[in-house]
Write a protein that binds this ligand. Structure first.
Ligand code: PEP
Ligand code: MG
Length: 767
């Protein structure tokens, strides 16, 4: 039923609401009404409409005062923003709710006649021009509310949440007119869930017809907030079968706290590791999810709860990250208008950012880079890192997923697109653009897009598995010490690769310069201090530091770079361990910093030699370390497998005493397939899953297993969940991935291990 806005009552009941009523009850409310109308089990509810909120603003005389209070606010000024938001929220909280409105809410509450009159109160934002208004910071929910006074208070708090600092900032940035943004409040019978969680009716990233359900004990807030590692179930809609069950250790649950609010309590005894959902419940939930998805025509993100064997659907909203397949390539999440793509490359560091172009043709120009600019350059270099820290996004002409720009951007958490071929020509200084670092797309202008809420939720769900214990260690790669804290926050089992060349190149002087200018101590100290930051972030966990591996062209622009040889192909040139062996002083300085760290008690420090092609090189490097005074038999020394010869000869390396080997697939792929890893013209032929590469990896893993030598991967391929699953199946002992990939790699590893165990058990049973 279409109602004139001024005729919309203060209260609408669930049964009266359809999806068209967004303007009155917001996305959340409308979706609940629609789901109830198609027969899904939604708990009893009524909504305090957006028009009721409007009447509240008008009748209390707040409307003008409220908006005037932050009309000229500079939302970039944090202090001013906080102050304005607090002021606005206080105005809404302190205003006296008109008597008629109070009465309507009280009557509805009584009429609800829920068993114990305990309700959940949730805000549901609406905006005239954005049907799926999912504004950040407006998801206030108050659970376990009992009694009229508490209900009225919770409603007013939901209204006030419309003026939180984050919400005001977000709307200002998205260009919403605050005068037209409204809020409705959903008052819903509280389901005292014994078990609850979330469900993605299709895979949230790929869109495959796989229903993913996460569930845990108690109220669903434990899963939604990430305070527990939930069980995870996968139901394949094609075969209509449960295809994966991952039971987690559930340490806590959230339950109602007496008459008001909720509390977190410990899950005790066998319930911690017990499977939350039965196969029948998974199947029924997935069926409900499918009904909702079919009805809306788009995959849904559903919250559910189960009490006494009865399933309730508590909320459903679209997963906009998948969208229609056609749109997915061209639209940003929640993007309102279509946008023009002006350039394309490889998405190298995820995230979306808008800003003005600053083109850097020479590192000397980086002084002109301002906070929030978009740095456009042929290829970044280590001396550009200070500028890279400031910018909102990075775009390069050259490079692939393993180039300098890609590695550093990922660690800085800055969106980046590499290998666009001609960004420095196509883009103009000062041009306003939007960069999608996931898809590798560059749009004209500043594109309004919603915060990628469902993707973030999916991510959060995955991150919620951070304390899953896997038999295969999941480690993290680090290149700049300032990323150490972010890397450690992933819960990784150690550092599988610390590239020290970024640390040294950042000093802007070649190692040779330090030596010829009698500044050896400065070099040793810088290296020691940088590595120590990473070691301190991973106490007791292995940290494998790689000795210097920078191609000569990367040294050229630095002080001392004039002495670097000119090489036709630096990738095949004087780098890695071959250079160190021929440059004893350069090697000695590195060893000196390692020695100091071992002496300080960092027994978790392991050393990895790069670009090793023959066991003789390992033997030589070890002997040089010994000559520097290292007790080489009692420290952890290993090699990278980056050259096919080292994969082929792995047994000989083991016999020479390596403690571990780690696949550097970035190079292993380029040397096996003769594909320059930084050449965008052949980027589409760069294939880490080429049968020849997989053959080398498989063979080397088997040999390492035979001798019980740890075998790992630290190339970019280890950050691909599909590759990670393959590696686990083939017996790798650890995987070291990029910071942003740890959650999904851990999930892929856990899932694969579980599948292997299940298959083994089934085979045993069948025998
Ligand atoms: C590799 O080659 O896979 C690797 C990790 O080393 P880099 O990318 O530094 O060459
Ligand atoms: Mg390498």
């Amino acid at each position: 039923m279409v109602r004139a806005l001024n005729e919309v009552p203060n209260i609408l009941w669930l049964e009266e609401i359809r999806k068209e009523d967004i303007i009155s009850v917001g996305g959340k409310g409308a979706s609940l009404g629609e789901m109830a109308s198609i027969g899904l089990p939604v708990p009893k509810a009524f909504m305090v409409t957006a028009q009721a909120f409007r009447r509240f603003l008008v009748e209390t005389g707040l409307e003008k005062k409220l908006f005037a209070s932050y009309e000229r606010l500079d939302v970039e000024n944090n202090e001013a923003l906080e102050k304005a938001a607090n002021g606005a929220k206080t105005m809404v909280l302190k205003a006296k709710m008109p008597a008629a409105l109070k009465d309507d809410i009280r009557k509805a509450y009584k009429k609800m006649n829920s068993e114990d009159l305990i309700v959940a109160v949730r805000s549901s934002a609406t905006a005239e021009d954005l049907p799926d208004a999912s504004f950040a910071g407006q998801q206030e929910t108050y659970l376990n509310i009992k009694g009229e006074a508490a209900l009225l208070d919770a409603v007013q708090k939901c209204w006030a949440s419309l003026y939180g600092a984050r919400a005001i900032y977000y709307r200002a940035k998205q260009g919403f007119d605050d005068h037209t943004v409204n809020i409705s409040v959903v008052v819903q019978q509280l389901v005292h869930s014994e078990k609850a969680g979330v469900m993605f009716t299709s895979h949230p990233i790929t869109g495959e017809p796989l229903t993913i359900i996460e569930g845990s004990w108690g109220l669903g807030e434990a899963v939604v907030s990430g305070s527990v590692s939930p069980d995870k179930y996968v139901f394949d809609q094609r075969s209509e079968k449960v295809v994966d069950i991952l039971v987690s250790n559930k340490k806590v649950e959230i339950i109602a706290d007496g008459d008001h609010g909720t509390k977190i309590v410990d899950v005790v005894g066998a319930r911690q590791d017990a499977q939350v959902l039965s196969e029948a419940e998974i199947t029924k939930l997935a069926t409900y999810g499918k009904i909702a998805e079919n009805h809306y025509g788009i995959p849904q993100d559903v919250e559910w709860g189960i009490v006494n064997g009865t399933i309730y659907i508590l909320q459903s909203r679209p997963i906009t990250t998948i969208g229609s397949k056609k749109e997915a390539k061209e639209m940003l999440p929640g993007q309102k208008q279509s946008a023009k793509i002006i350039l394309q490359g490889q998405g190298a560091a995820p995230g979306i950012a808008s800003g003005r172009v600053v083109i850097i043709r020479d590192v000397k120009d980086t002084g002109s880079v301002k906070e929030g600019d978009i740095l456009v350059t042929k290829m970044t270099s280590p001396d550009m890192v200070p500028a890279m820290r400031k910018v909102a996004a990075i775009i390069t002409d050259e490079g692939g997923l393993t180039c300098h720009a890609a590695i550093v951007s990922r660690e800085l958490g800055t969106p980046a697109v590499v290998g666009t071929k001609n960004a420095t020509n196509v883009l103009k200084k000062g041009q306003l653009i939007t960069v999608d670092g996931e898809k590798g797309l560059i749009y004209e202008g500043e594109i309004a897009h919603a915060a990628p809420a469902p993707a973030a939720a999916a991510q959060q769900g995955v991150a919620g598995h951070a304390n899953i214990i896997t038999a295969t260690s999941v480690k993290v790669n680090v290149s700049i010490p300032e990323a150490a804290a972010r890397a450690a926050a992933t819960g990784a089992d150690g550092v599988g690769l610390l590239r020290i060349e970024h640390l040294i190149l950042g000093l802007n002087k070649t190692p040779g310069w330090f030596i010829t200018n009698n500044k050896e101590e400065d070099f040793v100290r810088e290296l020691h201090d940088g590595i120590k930051i990473v070691l301190d972030a991973f106490p007791g966990k292995p940290v494998w530091v790689r000795t210097l591996d920078a191609p000569t062209d990367e040294f050229r622009n630095m002080m001392g770079g004039e002495n670097e040889p000119h090489e036709h192909n630096p990738m095949l040139g004087w780098r890695g361990i071959r250079r160190d062996i021929q440059s004893p002083d350069q090697f000695r300085l590195q060893v000196e910093s390692f020695k100091r760290l071992w002496k300080e008690g960092y027994e978790n420090l392991g050393i990895m030699f790069p670009m090793v092609s023959h066991p003789d090189e390992f033997v030589a490097a070890k002997a040089m370390m010994k000559a520097c005074g290292v007790d080489v038999e009692n420290v952890t020394l290993g090699i990278m497998i980056e050259i096919p010869s080292s994969a082929i000869m792995i047994e000989d390396f083991i016999k020479c005493g390596i403690r571990f080997a780690s696949f550097g697939t970035n190079d292993l792929v380029q040397y096996t397939l003769a594909i320059d890893r930084n050449n965008e013209n052949v980027a589409d032929m760069y294939n880490p899953q080429h049968p020849a590469v997989l053959h080398l990896i498989h063979t080397a893993i088997q040999v390492c297993r035979k001798y019980n030598v740890e075998c790992s991967i630290c190339g970019q391929a280890g950050s691909d969940p599909k590759m990670a699953a393959w590696l686990v199946e083939h017996g790798i002992s650890s995987i070291s991935a990029n910071i942003d990939a740890i959650a999904k790699i851990r999930e892929a590893v856990a899932r694969t291990e579980k599948r292997i165990i299940l298959e083994a058990a089934r085979n045993r049973d069948a025998e």
